[in-house]
Design a protein around this ligand. Structure first.
Ligand code: ADP
Length: 363
């Protein structure tokens, strides 16, 4: 039995138990009303008899049922009012909290301290749902803020420098070097914008995709070698050495998608390496899987960065000194999900980082 099914079975058993205990409580309540009615009736009967209101034992069969009915009605009504409050008040709070959620207030929470255990469970489920909705809402707002910020920054920069170049008085007062600097910035920011758009489009496409199409068989080691060649300009510019230890492995998947994963991971390893560092890419075929490790001896990451690296738009260096837009690892994560691959990262500040991707062996 899989973990999910076991979990489901446990949940159903729990719900069954809680339903049973609610039924027991209800039965006990009815029993309590009857016993109380009986006792009070007996009490009233004795008092009336001692006060002489019941003159003869012969009348008892007539009076007793009347007293029982009246006392049952009174006791039942009083108890129903009090006990009903115990049920109704929390349910009322639950209904109004649900209405608030419906109106978009995800901050509302309910007390889990009612006297009825089952209602506490209900309140707990409601609070968990509200937690989940609130974090989704926060995530959505965060995404929209980051998205608009990432788009606006290069546009403002391009517009500013283009306007400077448009102004006759400014244009003529600029030196050749300044003019080149301005046009370089415009070109750089346009590239950044183009990269950002294509990364967002790619991520959206992968996120909406549930089935991987265009699967072909190819050599994984060859694909990694080609990726390294594609990044030659980057590693030569930074004087980073690349070391490859690749087993010959055939793999069946969407070739373009997997190539994007290596491009982002190896690209990052180069980007965050120091001059003359070495980036090691290893590919090992095991009995049940293929393990690809990409390690560098760059700056490494602290705990907080490690926790957030797969978030969209997250960059440790918020000044955007390093190229990129914080979408590379979000894309990697989505491709890994589609490939049923596991991805893990070990990093130590000042020592370097190692990303490991474990791909299941294709059938
Ligand atoms: P970016 O476009 O900034 O590279 P990513 O999503 O690829 O965005 O990476 C997110 C962040 O994770 C980076 O900004 C960086 O802080 C951190 N990071 C990723 N890979 C490495 C690495 N190999 N070494 C150190 N930090 C890394």
């Amino acid at each position: 039995m899989s973990g999910k099914i076991k979990e489901r079975a446990r949940e159903t058993k729990k719900q069954f138990h809680s339903l049973r205990s609610l039924r027991t409580a209800y039965t006990l309540l009815v029993l309590l009303i009857l016993v109380s009615a009986g006792l009070i009736t007996a009490g009233i009967y004795i008092v009336l008899y001692m006060l002489g209101f019941i003159p003869s034992a012969a009348l008892t069969p007539l009076i007793l049922p009347v007293i029982v009915i009246i006392s049952c009605m009174i006791i039942g009504t009083i108890m129903a009012v009090f006990v009903g409050k115990l049920f109704i008040n929390p349910l009322r709070r639950l209904i109004s909290a649900n209405e608030e959620i419906g109106q978009g207030n995800f901050k509302v929470r309910l007390s889990e301290q009612t006297v009825i255990g089952e209602l506490n469970n209900l309140m707990h489920s409601f609070n968990s749902m509200a937690d989940e909705l609130e974090s989704t809402e926060l995530f959505r707002n965060d995404f929209i803020n980051s998205f608009s910020h990432e788009f606006k920054t290069p546009i403002v920069s391009i517009r500013g420098f283009a306007r400077q170049l448009q102004r006759d008085n400014v244009l003529h007062s600029l030196t050749d070097e300044q003019r080149r600097e301005y046009t370089d910035i415009i070109a750089y920011e346009s590239d950044r914008l183009a990269r950002l758009s294509s990364n967002i489009l790619m991520l959206t496409k992968f996120e909406n995709q549930q089935i991987v199409t265009d699967k072909t068989e190819f050599y994984l080691d060859e694909q990694i070698r080609r990726t390294v060649l594609l990044l030659e300009k980057e590693w030569t510019a930074r004087e980073v050495n690349i070391e490859l230890e690749l087993d010959e492995v055939k793999y069946n998947f969407n070739e373009e998608m997997l190539a994007q994963m290596w491009l982002n991971l190896i690209g990052n390893a180069i980007k965050f390496s120091h001059r003359a560092d070495t980036v090691l890419v290893r590919c090992r075929k095991n009995q049940n899987n293929i393990c690809v490790d990409i390690s560098d001896s760059g700056d490494g990451m602290n705990e907080e960065t490690l926790r957030k690296i797969f978030d969209k738009f997250y960059q440790c260096d918020t000044s955007h000194k390093s190229e990129g837009n914080g979408l590379g690892l979000a894309i990697v994560k989505r491709i890994a999900e589609l490939a049923n691959a596991e991805i893990s990262v070990i990093s130590h500040q000042g020592e370097g980082t190692c990303f490991s991707v474990i791909l299941p062996l294709s059938e």
